[in-house]
Design a protein around this ligand. Structure first.
Ligand code: BGC
Length: 390
């Protein structure tokens, strides 16, 4: 069923369109500013993404559909660079944070903009875990913990890229046994597909030759008012989660599942992200805002687990996933110090949010959490969809 749909989508793309999308798109338009919104209508110059990195060719790829959406992706970290969707007036609006050149993605302490996160999305306490009686030590790159795969995460790796059609890109990375401290040669494949329904489907697959752990996600930073606008606290959010995972001061889950009812974490009915973000609450203090995993209510790919809406642009994002958890991060560590965002923009504190679909943080050390173990012969397979409408 799924395959037939993909095939139809591929066939419906004309050869001319494919050539246009597969080539080297040039910057065609500039940034439009008005009193209520800053809107970028173009994607960065692909020449700024061409480089030899780790002996591999980094490039910028473009996906297009027949409904006016465009996605720019670099195979450096598998990063979503631009995601342009029509706003309520049909104006193309870039809803994700990113940079105009590869160099900015390579700077120290870059906050993982749009990256594929592996081998393990989110934190593992003290970077330690035990598998089949053997203890492993990962990089400590976030206080006392490991975060997003450590210093050697997928966000900084060049993936082998295959553009399958005008609207579909396949990225593959082989992470060697021991890389970042993780056991097993892990082959990870991520396919981005932009549907005509303005849905970006992300399909992750991985196999290993030794028992290992894996938890892949994407680290897109969204601002539905348009990337570069100063805040997301007015974006209206709903999450289908009756519970969340409280964390300690190092952002490791305590192991408890806390009901959201009566707390600032209750997004079961829509409210602005900013409504309760600054109330006195120990958990909000630990996260410096929202930086927590939500325990998603029973779901499948047919119903959204989260919905966000901008009253400025009218753009709505629906998130669909097969994963049990959703890290809602309200961009608390963005500082806006530099103006190297797309079009020379700064990205200040809370000017984007992330909704990272995943298994729970620190699952390798918390037996009550769903397992993230992958064994030889098994295939890790999971799908997440970010769907836009206006
Ligand atoms: C984490 C945040 C972190 C951000 C950027 C998010 O996934 O939950 O704590 O600051 O990634 O690193």
């Amino acid at each position: 069923m799924k395959n037939n749909k993909n095939l139809l989508m591929m066939l419906s793309c004309s050869a001319a369109l494919f050539a246009a999308c597969n080539g080297n798109p040039k910057k065609t338009d500039s940034t439009v500013k008005d009193s209520t919104s800053v809107t970028t209508q173009s994607i960065p110059d692909s020449a700024n993404f061409e480089a030899d990195v780790q002996g591999q060719k980094a490039k910028l790829f473009t996906l297009k559909n027949n409904s006016g959406a465009t996605v720019a992706v670099t195979n450096y970290g598998g990063r979503l660079v631009s995601l342009l969707v029509p706003d309520k007036d049909g104006k193309a609006t870039d809803v994700i944070l990113g940079y105009d050149s590869l160099k900015s993605y390579q700077k120290p302490k870059e906050p993982y903009f749009g990256a594929i996160i592996g081998r393990y999305g989110n934190r593992i306490a003290k970077g330690k875990f035990t598998l089949d009686g053997k203890a492993y030590q990962l990089d400590i790159n976030d206080g006392v913990n490991t975060l997003h795969g450590g210093f050697n995460g997928f966000y900084g790796k060049v993936f082998a890229a295959k553009q399958l059609s005008a609207s579909q890109l396949e990225l593959t990375y082989v992470s060697k046994d021991g890389e970042g401290g993780y056991p097993g040669n892990l082959t990870a494949t991520v396919v981005y597909t932009l549907g005509d329904d303005n849905a970006l489907k992300i399909e992750y697959k991985a196999t290993t030759d030794k028992t290992t752990i894996v938890n892949l996600t994407n680290h897109a930073y969204f601002n539905l008012n348009g990337a570069g606008n100063p805040t997301i606290t007015d974006n209206v959010l709903q999450i289908n989660a009756d519970a969340f995972l409280p964390v300690d001061t190092t952002l490791i889950p305590t192991g408890k599942l806390q009901p959201v009812k009566g707390t600032p974490f209750d997004f079961t009915t829509s409210k602005t992200i900013g409504k309760d973000i600054d109330v006195a609450d120990e958990q909000l203090k630990n996260g410096k805002g929202y930086d927590h995993n939500f325990v998603l209510n029973k779901h499948d790919l047919t119903t959204p687990v989260a919905t966000v809406k901008s009253t400025v642009t009218g753009i709505t994002l629906e998130v669909f996933t097969e994963e049990p958890g959703l890290q809602f991060y309200s961009g608390n560590f963005l500082t806006g110090e530099t103006k190297d965002g797309k079009g020379g923009k700064a990205y200040p504190h809370r000017s984007a949010f992330c909704l990272e679909t995943q298994h729970f943080p620190d699952a390798p050390n918390q037996p009550a959490f769903a397992s993230t173990v992958l064994k030889p012969g098994q295939t890790y397979h999971t799908v997440t969809i970010y769907k836009f409408s206006k």
